[in-house]
Design a protein around this ligand. Structure first.
Ligand code: BTN
Length: 332
């Protein structure tokens, strides 16, 4: 479809899907949209090609049946309840990395809340230079452009804000006990369901923008994970025992994340700490910290208002601001 007919198709789709129980006469639709029957039929054909399903009664009536599992901007928009997160969507079938693309777009001036999303990443990036597996349509591979006003030193905390929004969405929507593994993973039953990669551009004293990337394993089965991560990774589908609608989940997550982000922007991490601590997978547990070439064994005791992990080793309390942390009992 072309730009103009796309517009009619999207309006028509919205109209039909608002009354899923109702079958509409095509001539009535043509009148409603001040166009010809032929245009409506073309638009419906286009929508079918996009994967939408309709019941056609004698070809003279149409009723909305279902939407495809797709990250079209209009599909995301249908579920979205946010003010600015995801209101501008850059959606692709395949990109090397949504974080890299978001970084470039932010550099060129993309607005705060712009969502960059892809069905597949060919060079998905994880923390510490690792790769992030991003198989086609099985997860949400996405990045958000943020323009916070805090000094750069406070911004790594955005990872934990994102992880909290994710854990809350999973818990509320799917009734699963999702946990935050400081500073930027989301776990269910000790297995990783999502990872976050926060990247910043700016000077030492002023951030220009932040890109928060989230990789959420949604509909993988165990066999979809590479053998070397199979034991440590999970998906919402595996845990919930049913396929999860990616777009509905995304919209819920964005709404929660926007709320937490606005609080963070106004008052920092402090008002969010109770929620973060409640869902932490580390607090109260013996952990192993890797800092460069050093390994430290200690007990995780708290998270500070700056987002640092506080650990106790013998009588000493250490502030951990970066690095790899593992719970000792989980190591096998
Ligand atoms: C980690 O756990 O190491 C972080 C993984 C972050 C992966 C996401 S997927 C979308 C975005 N684009 C990337 O290249 N990485 C992040």
């Amino acid at each position: 479809m072309s730009g103009h007919s796309d517009e009619i198709a999207i309006k028509l789709l919205g109209h039909l899907r608002n009354s899923p129980d109702k079958s509409f006469a095509i001539p009535d639709l043509a009148r409603k949209f001040s166009t010809r029957v032929k245009v409506i039929n073309e638009a419906l054909k286009g929508l079918v090609l996009w994967g939408y399903k309709f019941d056609f009664d004698n070809t003279s009536r149409a009723r909305f049946v279902s939407a495809p599992d797709s990250i079209f901007p209009h599909e995301i928009n249908h579920y979205l309840k946010t003010n600015f997160f995801g209101r501008n969507v850059i959606s692709h079938f395949s990109v090397p990395s949504t974080n890299s693309l978001a970084f470039r777009l932010a550099d060129e001036g993309a607005t705060e809340g712009t969502l960059v999303i892809a069905d597949k990443q060919t060079e998905g990036r994880g923390r510490l230079g690792r790769r992030w597996q991003s198989p086609t349509k099985l997860g949400l591979w996405m990045s958000l452009i943020l323009r916070p006003s805090q000094p750069p030193a406070e911004l790594p905390a955005l990872s934990i804000v994102t992880a909290t929004a994710l854990a809350e969405t999973i818990s509320d929507k799917l009734k699963l006990d999702a946990r935050i593994k400081w500073p930027n993973d989301c776990l269910i039953d000790g297995r990783k369901v999502a990872g976050i990669l926060t990247e910043l551009s700016g000077e030492l004293d002023k951030a220009r923008f932040v890109v928060v990337g989230a990789g959420i394993n949604v509909n993988q089965m165990s066999r979809d994970f590479a053998p070397y991560i199979r034991k440590r990774a999970t998906s919402l589908r595996i845990e919930a025992g049913a396929v999860v609608n990616r777009i509905e989940f995304l919209a819920d997550f964005l709404l929660r994340f926007e709320n937490l982000y606005l609080k963070f922007k106004k008052k920092g991490l402090k008002p969010l700490l109770p929620g973060i601590k409640k869902r932490s997978s580390l607090l109260g547990r013996q952990v192993r910290l890797k800092r460069g070439s050093k390994t430290i064994l200690a007990k995780a005791i708290d998270i500070s208002a700056e987002g640092a992990l506080l650990v106790r080793r013998r009588k000493e309390v250490l502030r951990v601001t970066a690095g790899e942390v593992t719970v000792i009992e989980d190591e096998t």
